[in-house]
Write a protein of this length. Sequence first.
Length: 167
Amino acid sequence: MLLIDAGGDTTRNLVGTGMYELLKHPDQLAMLASDPDKYLPTAREELLRWTSPVIYMRRSVTQDVELGGEQLRAGDKVVMYYGSANRDEEAFQRPNELNILREGERHLAFGGGHHVCLGQWFARLEIDAIMKEVLLRLKDVELLQEPSWMTSNFISGITKMPIRFGS
């Protein structure tokens, strides 16, 4: 149940916010639409990095450790903000640039280590299937007004995004 429910929210929100970001970057959208089979694998990963559907995750420190020059004690709470981690200048070249051709730089949209998302591979399949159909079926997509966003401090996503398109 957790895999289906959790995956539904994040996958849906990645597709919606990903399309919004592509509409804001028409050169990237045109490249992706020109050959979805070729560009979708790297575009999907870049959109996961760029949009980071999960806002944060909190964990408890299990043993005393130093992190970034700060001493953390067992039991302390730490928070990772995915959007910040996925725009880290030490981890990504030009982190504030959307680049659907980006390769070799691992995002943290699905977490990592012992807490990596169990459904990440299923999510990738869903994202690819949905994005490919949208790209192949909807031509000349135009944003009619700015989207409405979820009121959540845990999941980021669009609740309404009026568009116009041709076929």
